[in-house]
Design a protein around this ligand. Structure first.
Ligand code: ADP
Ligand code: ASP
Ligand code: MG
Length: 410
C-alpha cells in the first residue's frame, strides 16, 4: 500500500466525460489499497479565458485581482471531480488553497509556496476519503488568494506530495511521458524512461511545459518521486509506465544532449544607442527588477562612437510593464530608440553530457545555418545552449536540431 498524489492537467479534465474517466482512475488506485490525494487544474481553455478577460479590461491590471479571477478555474474542477467520485461510491471532498491552507508569499501571479498544513488531509486519507485539491492557488500572509504562475498545478502537486509524505507524485497529462522534445511538433521525438532532476529542471526552465520549473526544483529538494504519464491511455499501472524523474546517478546511459525545448513566451527588447558608461545596465535592469520583470537573455555591443545597443529578452506578459518602466527611464539615461519584437522564439538544447563534451554549441549553430536560420541572441549555461530566432522558424529549428543531435526515433 502506498500514498499517492495524482495530478490531472487541463486536458485530462476538459469535459464531464474526461472527469468521469479521472474518477475511475482514482477509484482504481483506491481499490488497489492506496491512499490517494488528487490535485486538479482548471478545465482546458478556462485559465486562458480568465487571463484574457483581465487583459482586455486593463493591460496593467492589479495582480491581486488577477489572482482572484484566474484561481476560480480550479475550484470548479475540484467540485465536479468530488461529485463524480461520490457518484461511483468513492468518498471525496474538495479543497481550495485557503482551506488547507496552502500558504504562499505575497508575489501575486507568481507566488511561491511557503508551507502546507497536511495533518487534516492525512487524517482524512487514512479514514478512506480522497481529498480533491485545487492546483495553482494558495493564500498569502495578507489572507488574499494567490496563484503560482502558469502551469502551477504541477508545483501544487509536488508540494502536496512532500507535505503528505507521499510515496509518489503522478502527473497525469495528455502525453505519455517526457520526450526528447515536444512530441507535438516533432513526431520522431523519443520517450525517455527516466530523466534526471537537473535536466528536467533545465528543460522546463527553457520552455518544456510538461512540468512547471518550480515543481521540478521542489521535487529535487524535497526528494519527491515524480512520474509523468498519460491520462488518456488505459492499461495496468504497475508504477513503471511513463517517465520517472530521478537522481542523475540512477541513469545508466547518459546522452550528451537529452532534450530540446522551445519557448515562444519571450519578447525581445532593444535599447538603441545607449551611452556606454558605468551604471547604465544597473539602472535599466534595476528598474525592471523593481517592477518584478524577470530578464532572461542579455547581449550588449559597444560601438566606436561611445554608445552601445542593449538587447535582452523578457516574458511577453511582462512587456507592457517593461515598456512603461523603460519609457520612464529614457530621458534619465538617454537612448535613441526602444524597439520591441514579440515574434521571437528561444530554442535550447540541454544535456549533462555537455559538461564533458566539446562542440555541442557548434553542432547547433551549423544545423541552424544549414537551414538559413539567423541567430539573434545566444546564451549558455553548464548544461544548456539557447538561441533566439524568428518565431516562424521554431518548428524547423527544433526538428533540425533533433536530427542533428541524433535524437530521432528509428
Ligand atoms: P497539462 O494541462 O496536463 O498540465 P501541459 O500542456 O501543461 O499539460 O503539458 C503537456 C504538454 O507539454 C504536452 O502536450 C506537450 O505538447 C508539451 N511538451 C513540451 N515539451 C515536452 C517534452 N519534452 N515531453 C513531453 N511533452 C512536452
Ligand atoms: N490552470 C493553470 C494554467 O493553465 C494551472 C495549471 O494548469 O497547471 O496555467
Ligand atoms: Mg501543465
Amino acid at each position: 500500500m502506498a500514498r499517492i498524489v495524482m495530478k490531472f492537467g487541463g486536458t485530462s479534465v476538459a469535459d464531464l466525460d474526461r472527469i468521469r474517466a479521472v474518477a475511475q482512475r482514482v477509484k482504481r488506485q483506491r481499490n488497489a489499497g492506496h491512499e490517494v490525494a488528487v490535485v486538479v487544474s482548471a478545465m482546458s481553455g478556462t485559465t486562458n479565458r480568465l487571463v484574457g478577460w483581465c487583459q482586455a479590461l486593463s493591460p496593467l491590471h492589479d495582480a491581486r485581482e488577477y489572482d482572484t479571477v484566474v484561481a476560480t478555474g480550479e475550484q470548479v474542477t475540484t467540485g465536479l471531480l468530488a461529485i463524480a467520485l461520490q457518484e461511483i461510491g468513492v468518498e471525496a471532498r474538495s479543497w481550495q488553497g485557503w482551506q488547507i491552507p496552502i500558504r504562499t508569499d505575497n508575489a501575486h501571479g507568481k507566488a511561491r509556496i511557503a508551507a502546507i498544513e497536511g495533518a487534516e488531509l492525512i487524517r482524512r486519507m487514512q479514514a478512506g476519503q480522497v481529498p480533491v485539491v485545487s492546483g495553482f492557488q494558495g493564500i498569502a500572509p495578507t489572507g488574499r488568494i494567490t496563484t503560482l504562475g502558469r502551469g502551477g498545478s504541477d508545483t501544487s502537486a509536488v508540494a502536496l506530495a512532500a507535505a503528505l509524505h507521499a510515496d509518489r507524485c503522478d502527473i497525469y497529462t495528455d502525453v505519455d511521458g517526457v520526450y526528447t522534445t515536444d512530441p507535438r511538433i516533432v513526431p520522431k521525438a523519443r520517450k525517455l524512461a527516466k530523466i534526471s532532476y537537473e535536466e528536467m529542471l533545465e528543460l522546463a526552465s527553457v520552455g518544456a511545459k510538461v512540468l512547471q520549473t518550480r515543481s521540478v526544483e521542489l521535487a529535487m529538494n524535497e526528494h519527491v518521486r515524480v512520474r509523468v504519464l498519460s491520462s488518456f491511455q488505459d492499461g495496468p499501472d504497475d508504477g513503471a509506465v511513463g517517465t520517472l524523474v530521478v537522481d542523475e546517478d540512477e541513469i545508466v546511459e547518459k546522452e550528451i544532449v537529452s532534450g530540446i525545448a522551445y519557448s515562444r513566451d519571450e519578447a525581445k527588447v532593444v535599447l538603441r544607442r545607449v551611452p556606454d558608461r558605468p551604471g547604465i545596465a544597473a539602472s535599466v535592469f534595476g528598474e525592471l527588477a523593481q517592477r518584478s520583470v524577470n530578464v532572461d537573455m542579455i547581449v550588449q555591443n559597444a560601438a566606436a562612437d561611445g554608445t552601445t545597443d542593449l538587447t535582452f529578452t523578457l516574458g511577453k506578459a511582462d512587456l507592457p510593464r517593461a515598456q512603461a518602466a523603460l519609457g520612464a527611464l529614457a530621458s534619465q539615461i538617454g537612448f535613441a530608440e526602444l524597439l520591441t519584437d514579440p515574434n521571437v522564439a528561444k530554442i535550447s538544447v540541454v544535456g549533462v553530457g555537455m559538461r564533458s563534451h566539446a562542440g555541442v554549441a557548434n553542432t547547433m549553430f551549423r544545423a541552424l545555418a544549414d537551414k538559413a536560420i539567423n541567430i539573434q541572441v545566444i546564451s549558455t549555461s553548464e548544461i544548456k545552449v539557447s538561441v533566439l530566432i524568428a518565431a516562424e522558424y521554431t518548428e524547423l529549428a527544433v526538428r533540425a536540431l533533433h536530427t542533428a543531435y541524433g535524437l530521432d526515433a528509428d
